[in-house]
Design a protein around this ligand. Structure first.
Ligand code: PLP
Length: 393
């Protein structure tokens, strides 16, 4: 299987972890030899309710028996997408009431870019340095890493960058700006938190200039940081909220939410302003609804903050220089890049799954399922500390 994987399946790096999967349940992924691997990554912040949560599996089976694909997005009334969107609106503040469901995070970003341009009639976008918003051409244009962009140029024009958390840079937002797009917490950059009051200042400046604020919550959204969305910690409601990853607890999905007035501009002048075949797919929407109900009817969201405290109290070692992030979106900033690499690879051999961050080579990702229990947190922390002690010798 390994040979076929490398031959027939397109690769993203020359050195994938290449763990061959048999099945997964809760916080564990099982290999073909039956070994359980404790999952501190959750498919990169995706499996919010753990692997194969019974309520999500049940919702998928039930919907699959009724109907799967019946029409492209937006033509027929398909209950799962309507009920999910209405429930989400009831949980969101302000006039974040209308959701466009798509198939991935990057597609949601593309939709949000188009929506902002169409609604404001302006073309200029401002993104933050070190941001990651996805890999299709529009989203890639929002990234300031020339090395990863250059081979794919020309990308979309009229994009400039500000320094995340720099109030000085807010003067770059002008009456020509269609939208400012920020990750509420910068993920790939190393889990960088917004400074107190920063996001609100961005929002105020956008409002003053008639620009929209787009917040990318693809990673922190759906409960990972102690609120349903991370922006709720910062007294700042975006004009367009972008989501994905943990939304359907393991199935491919994305979405963007705005006021009815803003969102309406995608369905006229021109009509069909954004279209998708599979967006709002009923099976996936059923999984998203089951996920959202479970998150909001349990204590999983507030418990992420308790679990964060537990991680922070356990993970003390001279090689761990800092722990960044919030809730169960944490990154260990190691002494150097070599220690980070060795830790990830050695822990993989001890059946603990850790992972890298895109742009911070000293960082080690910890983003387990929100359902992880204290025993498994302790077990994983023991493996990390034991490995670091070995590396010290
Ligand atoms: C903050 C953020 N935005 C956008 C994306 C892109 O999402 P997707 O990979 O589903 O296209 C990601 C994925 O890692 C992300 O972390």
């Amino acid at each position: 299987m390994k040979k076929d994987f490398f031959t027939y399946q397109a690769q993203t790096t020359p050195h994938p972890l290449a763990l061959e999967i048999s099945h997964a349940k809760g916080s564990y992924i099982y290999d073909m030899q039956g070994n359980g691997h404790l999952d501190f990554v959750a498919g990169v912040s995706v499996c919010s309710l753990g692997h194969c949560h019974p309520k999500v599996v049940e919702a998928v089976i039930e919907q699959t028996r009724k109907y799967m694909h019946v029409m492209v997005y937006g033509e027929f009334i398909q209950q799962p997408a309507v009920v999910f969107s209405k429930y989400l609106a009831s949980l969101l503040p302000g006039n974040l009431e209308t959701t466009y469901l798509v198939n991935s995070g990057t597609e949601a970003i593309e939709g949000a870019i188009k929506l902002a341009r169409r609604y404001t009639g302006r073309s200029k976008l401002i993104a933050a340095k070190n941001a990651y918003h996805g890999n299709t051409l529009g989203s890639l244009s929002l990234m300031n890493f020339e090395e990863r962009k250059a081979p794919f140029r020309p990308l979309i024009p009229d994009i400039s960058f500000l320094e995340f958390n720099s109030e000085q840079d807010l003067c770059k937002i002008s009456k020509d700006t269609a939208a400012v797009i920020l990750e509420t917490i910068q993920g790939g950059a190393g889990f960088i938190m917004p400074k107190e009051g920063y996001l609100k200042k961005v929002k105020d400046r956008c409002a003053e200039m008639g620009a929209l604020l787009i917040l990318d919550e693809i990673q922190p959204g759906f409960g990972r940081t102690g609120n349903l969305f991370a922006f709720e910690h910062y007294q700042c409601v975006p004009d367009i909220l972008v989501m994905g990853k943990g939304m359907a607890s393991g199935l491919p999905v994305g979405g963007f939410t705005a006021s009815h007035e803003i969102m309406n501009s995608l369905s006229n002048s021109p009509k069909l302003g954004h279209i998708t075949t599979f967006g709002g797919n009923p099976v996936i929407a059923a999984a998203a609804l089951a996920t959202l109900k479970e998150l909001t009817n349990s204590n999983l969201i507030p418990e992420t903050l308790e679990k964060e405290k537990h991680f922070r109290s356990r993970l003390k070692h001279p090689y761990i220089k800092e722990i960044r992030g919030k809730g169960l979106m944490l990154s260990l900033i190691m002494k150097d890049e070599e220690i980070a690499n060795k830790l990830i690879l050695s822990c993989a051999k001890k059946n603990l799954i850790l992972f890298w961050l895109l742009f911070e080579p000293k960082a080690v990702r910890i983003s387990p399922p929100l359902t992880i229990n204290t025993e498994d947190i302790d077990l994983g922390c023991d493996i990390i500390l034991q490995t670091l002690n070995e590396l010290e010798q």
